[in-house]
Design a protein around this ligand. Structure first.
Ligand SMILES: NC(=O)c1ccc[n+]([C@@H]2O[C@H](COP(=O)([O-])OP(=O)(O)OC[C@H]3O[C@@H](n4cnc5c(N)ncnc54)[C@H](OP(=O)(O)O)[C@@H]3O)[C@@H](O)[C@H]2O)c1
Length: 305
């Protein structure tokens, strides 16, 4: 289904009021923030991943997407991650942000996923058009594809002010040797890797190297694409959840990521308003210390085995 402006406007009509109504959470404390080492800018310690914002969604689902963005923004959310690789996600969220009038208030990251220079340039120019802005906060190389070539263009465009930050992403541990090479040899503001209570491999070398090199970290798959929820099932939350002010399993999983010393920022994929609210709540209250982090690992490992 082709997404039209009219459809989004129609979707907006029924939702704008609901999305801006006062919600109890809005009165809560501000979200924790972390510092981007290369600039000193402070940004919220959690984002939203947009892999599933599909243009072929039906009308009702489109309305829910829009409401999710409105709710996320109203509750203090700022960081948005997408890619031209996620179907029509850039088009869908570009229209939603423009329609809500919040594009300039959000911190938008997208990606480039092409091998050669010309293809990379046209892909990135298209992202500018779809995401309805003059500049991006962060442009990332998706899954390290064409890294050497694309980083040259990205560095030049960063100097021209078209991106504020540049980075590279992967969600595969198999790419870590190549990722280390790039981190060792190229100036990067950000990396984005898979790091969660269910996959801690990035903590062996990648996250410590990011700390050494003063590179900020976004983490994809903080729920292992739902695997962590399946592992805990309908179990009651452990008593230690109260020690970190966690009122849901999602908050436990996200607080584990955020409490890594690299100041990792999880970007949970979220297409529902109540999930956005739940996830933002993880960026408030206490975080686990090293002892509790170890206890969380001992808790989850047998459930994932
Ligand atoms: N190589 C790369 O660059 C790369 C690879 C993978 C992912 N990513 C990025 O990382 C983001 C996250 O990855 P992902 O979306 O694949 O996986 P994920 O964040 O691990 O899991 C997303 C799933 O969790 C559900 N969920 C979200 N909040 C929840 C909550 N509070 N309670 C219960 N369920 C909840 C979502 O449902 P709803 O949609 O129904 O809310 C969705 O089914 C992506 O959107 C993308 O931006 C990047």
């Amino acid at each position: 289904m082709k997404l039209t402006r009219r459809e989004l406007l129609k979707a907006s009509a029924g939702l704008a009021a609901a999305a801006t109504l006062g919600h109890p959470s809005m009165a809560q404390s501000p979200l924790h923030r972390v510092r981007i080492p290369s600039s000193g800018e402070m940004i919220p310690s959690i984002g939203i991943g947009c892999r599933n914002y599909r243009a072929d969604a039906g009308y009702e689902e489109l309305m829910v997407f829009r409401d999710t963005f409105a709710h996320y923004h109203n509750l203090g959310g700022k960081i948005v991650d997408t890619s031209p690789n996620y179907g029509n996600s850039e088009e869908v969220i570009g229209r939603i942000m423009a329609d809500l009038g919040i594009r300039d208030e959000l911190w938008v990251a997208t990606k480039v996923d092409r091998e050669n220079r010309a293809d990379g340039i046209s892909r990135m120019e298209r992202s500018f058009e779809l995401l309805a802005g003059d500049n991006f906060d962060l442009m990332q190389i998706h899954n390290l594809r064409g890294a050497d070539v694309q980083l040259k263009t990205m560095r030049a465009w960063k100097e021209q002010g078209r991106f504020r930050y540049i980075g590279v992403t992967t969600s595969s541990d198999r790419q870590y040797d190549r990722l280390v090479e790039i981190m060792e040899s190229k100036p990067l503001d950000f990396i984005q890797v898979d790091y969660s209570l269910g996959n801690r491999n990035a903590a062996d070398n990648i996250l410590p190297l990011a700390q050494d090199k003063s590179i900020a970290v976004l983490t994809n798959l903080p729920f292992g694409r739902g695997r962590l929820f399946a592992a805990v099932g309908d179990r009651a939350m452990p008593d230690w959840a109260a020690e970190i002010d966690a009122s849901s399993w999602a908050q436990i999983f996200l607080k584990y990521v955020m409490s890594h010393p690299s100041n990792a920022i999880p970007i949970p994929g979220t297409t529902k308003p109540h999930h956005a609210e739940d996830n933002l709540a993880a960026a408030r209250g206490r975080l686990p210390d090293a002892n509790l982090r170890a206890e969380m690992e001992r808790f989850i490992d047998p459930l994932l085995a």
